[in-house]
Design a protein around this ligand. Structure first.
Ligand code: ATP
Ligand code: MG
Length: 332
């Protein structure tokens, strides 16, 4: 087994608001191996984005704070790095694609200029990997890599002249121009239509193959997970409640929340408008229910579930669940 590229351990990120402490991420553990595509899935507000922003140390502070845990990347704890060191890591080793390409591309600069900028900063000035003269060639190369047609001409165009999908791919080109070993993609396809979504996912898979990077995909779309991931973690109210390889998760889900998520996916053949949803509401992250946070919505809730917080336990090799139906080794 290859060693992990990223190891998140006991991560807790809270927001200290006047109305209380939002425990957005409250004890999260997972590992991503080299070259692996790892998915983080869960309903809205369960702490997925806060997890990824914590890895990158981009939590707005105040009110946010990483209160506990470790984020070990290539053997080093990112939570111990200085701001300057983190800025360098973000530009070169870990890149993030955000949901909406419109907010990430600047309308007043050409596409080529925007791809050139990080290349100049990191590869020319900081690392002396290439000379300034080589930058235009590198920019075209990046546009080709993300399959922008006719890159030699389009490089001088402005973002508004690009289609939604092309903007998204341009952003990916910017992110990849420094050969990151980890790409974090937070809802990479929610702002684009289904055809473009398929293209972007294809592109990311191809890039993983070509460049050998690891990818952390964050989404509430199980279809995206099914198509892309090697392994998956299911998040609920600030914790990971199940983790398994893709096949196992879909074929033999263990945690009742994973069951509910899978059942909520509209299936081919179901009547329109009959989309199942998970009964009940996502709990408050300021005053979560005692015991297992899912118990108020869980059809199998037992006495212990209302009292004790379940631990993650290994059910089968590589499949973990945080549930008293499967051990759950009581603590707290
Ligand atoms: N800057 C902030 N200040 C206060 N609370 C925040 C802040 N950022 C996030 N939170 C809270 O942290 C919790 C987790 O939010 P997060 O953005 O991680 O959810 P998510 O799982 O990414 O949801 P979605 O699928 O909607 O993107 C939410 O309750 C959110 O309101
Ligand atoms: Mg989010």
């Amino acid at each position: 087994m290859s060693e992990p590229l990223l190891k998140v351990q006991g991560l807790k990120t809270h927001f200290f608001l006047e109305r209380g402490v939002v425990k957005a991420v409250d004890g999260v553990d997972f590992e991503i191996k080299k070259g692996e595509i790892f998915g983080l899935v869960g309903e809205t507000g369960c702490g997925k984005s806060v997890t990824s922003l914590s890895i990158l140390r981009l939590i707005p502070s105040p009110p946010g704070k990483i209160v506990e845990g470790e984020v070990i990347f290539e053997g080093e704890n990112l939570l111990k790095k200085s701001k300057e060191e983190m800025r360098k890591i973000r530009g070169t080793k870990i890149s993030m694609i955000f949901q909406d390409p419109h907010t990430s591309l600047d309308p007043v600069f050409t596409v080529g200029h925007q791809i050139a900028e990080p290349i100049e900063l990191h590869q020319v000035i900081e690392q002396h990997l290439i000379s300034a003269e080589e930058v235009p060639r590198k920019v075209i190369e990046m546009l080709k890599l993300v399959r922008i047609p006719d890159p030699e001409h389009r490089v001088v165009e402005y973002p508004h002249m690009f289609s939604g999908g092309m903007k998204q791919r341009t952003m990916i080109a910017m992110m990849l121009s420094c050969n990151p070993s980890l790409l974090i993609a937070d809802e990479p396809t929610t702002a684009v239509d289904v055809t473009i979504q398929a293209q972007i996912l294809d592109l990311m898979r191809e890039l993983r193959q070509k460049l050998g990077m690891s990818i952390l995909i964050i989404t509430h779309n199980l279809g995206v997970i099914a198509e892309m991931c090697d392994r998956v973690a299911v998040m609920y109210a600030g914790n990971i409640v199940e983790q398994a390889d893709l096949k196992t998760l879909f074929k033999s889900p263990k945690h009742p929340y994973t069951h509910a998520l899978l059942e909520a996916v509209p299936k081919v053949g179901t009547k329109k408008g009959k989309l199942a949803s998970i009964p009940g509401m996502v709990p408050s992250l300021i005053t979560p229910p005692p015991g297992c946070k899912f118990h108020p919505r869980c059809p199998h809730a037992m006495d212990i579930c209302r009292k004790k917080f379940p631990q993650m336990s290994e059910i089968e090799k590589g499949q973990l669940a945080r549930c008293f139906l499967y051990g759950g080794g009581a603590k707290k």
